[in-house]
Design a protein around this ligand. Structure first.
Ligand code: LLP
Length: 428
């Protein structure tokens, strides 16, 4: 039998999420369908917040919106007291729609143009930059009240090379010399509140990879403090805290994680006399991954030579993580949780590419067309990375909470495929 963790439960062989039957949701809303649990989002936020804030009171979680930008998800986190980490003008827009005030939004721009910089300045949000060329353009356009720079602390980590974001070869962040120059420029330009930032990578299950870069970040902060007299309002260690995807994989030990990071933080603040800045982190995955699932209906089953394939209606257009990063997502049969697994299948989608595989070599009960599969841990980087490739429609999203459910995004229709297209006049 499948081992399920909250918010998932087995009622008479049927998968429930936060008190709602997945079989029923698939019937009502169709498939593919993303479903996310409000209680689980709140639980994840609270346990992370509690672990850090009991060790250092001036602590803040900035939910990293790129993991899941649904406005309802953002509203839930806003109501918990989170700030938000945004990666584009679009995310700033969505965060404002969800009720975050400008002082609660941090914008981390990466290689962006004047249009976007003008937009974020007009919204009055906090800005985090990582290059001198962007900085020079920004201050020609205006000066934000709160500014931080992203440092490249030279050592990164992550579950796949595409998500390691700090190293001597990474495109992100600034080295010490450019950071010193940058802070000098913005101090002279009249910035009032300062922060300093790093983000080393994603899907990290242990605190160790944060310690060396964290130490480097604080050392650079101390140099900026002594050379330029800048004192920091916040020091931001970024996101990247991982969750288990494979059955039996251990969870991140939050006590050890927060314990060691806060210990380093306090020790270095003392050593460098940096005062009492706020400690910030920017988790995305940790907050939403385990809260979300993807429901997908079986449309075909076949054996080709020795291999058994289950063809489902979600492909890498719906969930790209397996195709892009070789990521593992557990798959269960929603309506057959009590049946013995007897067959090995590859779960594949409807896209015309061989890479369109959601799960390989999975031992599942005997299944038939019409059965419902559920892809677990799909709350982070699921919908937010979906596309219309093969002109397939993006799916709906549903929020569940203690037995209640609500549609929080409609599925797309054919109209969405042509909405922004124009026909060249000579083809009319
Ligand atoms: N802060 C910054 C500046 C980031 O770039 C990211 C993620 C985060 C925070 C949040 O990282 P998290 O806590 O979620 O690991 N698409 C990939 C993950 C890419 C993450 C990119 N940056 C995936 O599906 O695994």
């Amino acid at each position: 039998m499948e081992v399920l963790k909250s918010p998932l439960e087995n009622f008479g062989g049927e998968l429930f999420i936060d008190g709602v039957s997945t079989v029923k949701l698939a019937e009502i809303f169709g498939t593919p369908l993303y479903v996310i649990s409000e209680n689980k989002i709140r639980e994840n936020y609270r346990k992370m917040h509690a672990a850090f804030s009991k060790r250092y009171g001036k602590f803040r979680i900035l939910y990293s919106a790129k993991a899941n930008t649904n406005i309802s998800v953002l509203k839930i986190l806003h109501s918990e007291g989170a700030y938000v980490d945004t990666a584009s003008a679009g995310e700033v827009y969505l965060a404002s729609m969800a009720g975050f005030s400008s002082e609660e939004i941090l914008y981390t721009g990466i290689n962006v143009g004047d249009e976007e910089l003008k937009y974020v300045l007009s919204r009055g949000v906090m800005v985090n930059l990582d290059s001198m060329s962007q900085l020079n353009r920004l201050i020609r356009l205006g000066v934000p009240e709160t500014l931080s720079f992203r440092i490249n602390p030279e050592h990164g980590a992550g579950y796949h090379k595409y998500v390691v974001t700090a190293s001597k070869h990474a495109k992100f962040g600034m080295d010490e010399a450019s950071a010193l120059k940058a802070y000098e420029i913005v101090k002279a330009a009249g910035v009032k509140r300062f922060g300093i930032h790093m983000h080393i990578g994603s899907g990290i299950m242990d605190v160790t990879p944060y310690l060396k870069p964290g130490e480097r970040l604080l050392k650079i902060a101390s140099k900026i403090n002594t050379k330029l007299g800048i004192s920091f309002d916040f020091i931001n260690f970024g996101g990247g805290m991982g969750v288990p995807y494979k059955p039996g994989e251990k969870e991140l030990d939050l006590e050890a994680f927060s314990g060691k990071l806060v210990e380093l933080f306090k020790r270095k603040l003392d050593e460098y006399s940096l005062g009492k800045p706020e400690l910030w982190i920017e988790p995305g995955r940790f907050i939403v991954a385990e809260a979300g699932i993807l429901l997908t209906r079986i449309k075909a089953i076949k054996q080709v030579f020795h291999k058994k394939f289950v063809g489902v209606d979600a492909g890498f257009n719906t969930l790209i993580r397996p195709a892009m990063y070789g990521a593992y997502h557990q798959v269960v049969v929603a309506n057959k949780l009590n049946e013995k697994p007897t067959e090995v299948y590859d779960v594949v989608g409807p896209i015309c590419e061989s890479g369109d595989v959601l799960a390989e070599n999975r031992l599942l009960p005997k299944i038939f067309e019409g059965d419902l599969l559920v892809v677990l841990n799909a709350g982070a980087y699921g919908f937010s990375m979906s596309s219309q490739y093969n002109s397939r429609l993006r799916p709906a999203e549903v929020l569940v909470k203690s037995g209640r459910y609500a549609l929080i995004r409609e599925a797309e229709t054919f109209e969405d495929l042509v909405r922004k297209q124009r026909v060249a006049e000579w083809l009319e």
